[in-house]
Design a protein around this ligand. Structure first.
Ligand SMILES: Cc1ncc(COP(=O)(O)O)c(C=O)c1O
Length: 452
């Protein structure tokens, strides 16, 4: 509780009494600091946190130098030979990122979305195929499937871990299922062992959406290296960021060459290939901004994990706040976002919106999931009704698809989920304490939520 007159313990101790007085209308103008500490800030009390969160993205002297060097080099786009020789900003980035995640190859792209589209195309997802994917994700994971004219078949989530439930995958496999697209949501690894076992049993390709999971590990192996291909994003909010940017990693040289060709307007790396393709190349400025960040990523990841472990312990004290759990196999998380469920029954039945207003008032920053109930968003139904999808998929399959497209656990997660941003976890214990104290204060004073 930064620069607050009331000590952490003092605030907890006096909270109930103060809150009761306020509710009863005994205290008129919340005069004393104790009264203010026990009044939700959104109702005029003293906020738990007054300092800003750490800034993101970071603008270091190293990044600036690297960017200016790329600018002055007058070589702003990548050239063919550089991929083979690991030179140029993009070539260097690909080489170092592949090493860091433990993959044989890496291909830079213009975004995570482009990476997913390219990877799904490369593993052979085509019109009429089906791809199993979780509904708790960013819309790009789904759009990439639709861009291949394939059906995204939603696997409901596990309410403890917020990830695709590995036990719910197999019943959804049919003769048209081509791939599984696990999304390591929050930058926390999915339960890869059972998931890969289902893929192997049914001969399915696996394209990992590791857009949020840089350096996350399951049983000591990095996310993005379990499946046939792994896709990353370097969009501004990510733990290494360059505005927009992405990468695909993989061990299979032939598959990576297919990715290269597709992302390079159908031209293979020897300049000869003749296949369908688009232009999804990473440019030198993006890589110039990313390269210096590779030096700090491991250290920052460690700091985020330490902060997250500390916060999880503190949140155990607060009824109705349920953080996203890690599977036993998780040896390191990326914590791109730190998720928790808000259970209103422990907060006087106050709707999530009121809790969030109160949390913001206490000086805590958060994000909600970008798209609640993603499996029900209109872009899916509109695509099913498109001329292309009507031509490709039998009417009966589309009828069945609509009928089966229910993810009750994800609906609950959408209603209850709240996410804290990754940069908060660079703020150390002090910021973690403020987050936990803010939630404890709201819980202690939950009857005030009715007036928020
Ligand atoms: C899970 C997930 N998949 C895919 C993407 C798409 O990445 P990009 O925004 O770089 O296209 C994102 C970006 O936020 C994401 O969070």
């Amino acid at each position: 509780m930064s620069q607050n007159n009331v000590s952490r313990r003092g605030f907890i101790r006096s909270a109930s009494a103060g809150a009761a007085a306020v509710t009863a209308g005994v205290v008129g103008a919340y005069g004393s600091s104790a009264e203010k500490a026990n009044t939700l800030a959104v109702l005029g009390g003293t906020p738990v946190r007054k300092e800003p969160f750490p800034v993101w993205p970071q603008t270091t002297a190293e990044i600036e130098k690297s960017l200016v060097a790329a600018f002055r080099s007058r070589k702003w786009g990548r050239t063919l030979g550089e991929r083979r020789h690991g030179s140029g900003q993009v070539g260097q980035f690909e080489k170092r990122f592949a090493e860091m995640v433990g993959a044989k190859h890496c291909l830079g792209t213009g975004s995570g979305t482009q990476s997913l589209h390219t990877a799904l195309h490369a593993v052979g997802v085509e019109a009429g195929d089906e791809v199993l994917v979780a509904p708790c994700t960013y819309l790009a994971s789904i759009q990439a499937v639709l861009m291949c004219n394939a059906l995204p078949v939603f696997v409901d989530v596990d309410l403890d871990t917020f990830q695709m439930d590995p036990n719910k995958i197999e019943p959804l496999v049919n003769e048209n299922t081509r791939a599984i697209e696990p999304v390591h949501i929050g930058g926390i690894p999915c339960d890869m062992e059972p998931l890969m076992a289902v893929a192997a049993k049914h001969n399915l390709k696996v394209v990992e959406d590791a857009a949020q999971a840089h350096l996350a590990e399951y049983k000591g192996k990095k996310c993005g290296t379990f499946g046939d291909l792994g896709c990353f994003s370097f969009q501004t909010s990510k733990v290494i960021a360059c505005g927009e940017g992405g990468a695909i990693v993989g061990d299979d040289g032939e598959l990576m060459e297919k990715c290269y060709t597709f992302h390079n307007i159908g031209l293979s790396s020897d300049g000869k290939g003749a296949a369908v393709g688009t232009k999804y190349r990473m440019h030198e400025f993006e890589a110039a901004v990313l390269n210096p960040q590779l030096a700090t990523l491991a250290e920052q990841t460690k700091a985020r994990n330490e902060s997250a472990a500390y916060l999880a312990k503190r949140l155990e004290e607060i009824p109705g706040i349920k953080p996203q759990k890690l599977y036993d196999g998780v040896s390191q998380a990326a914590y791109y976002i730190y998720g928790f469920r808000y259970q209103k029954e422990h907060f006087n039945d106050a709707p999530k919106e009121k809790f969030l207003r109160a949390l913001r008032g206490e000086g805590i920053r958060f994000t909600t999931m970008y798209f609640d109930e993603l499996n029900k968003q209109p872009f899916i139904e509109n695509t099913l009704n498109s001329r292309t999808f009507q031509k490709i998929f039998p009417k009966e399959r589309l009828r069945q698809y609509r009928e089966q497209n229910h993810c009750p656990s994800n609906d609950q997660l959408s209603a209850e989920g709240v996410w804290l941003p990754q940069y908060a976890f660079l703020g150390g214990k002090e910021l973690m304490d403020d987050i936990a104290d803010a939630m404890a204060k709201i819980h202690e004073n939950r009857e005030q939520l009715a007036r928020v």
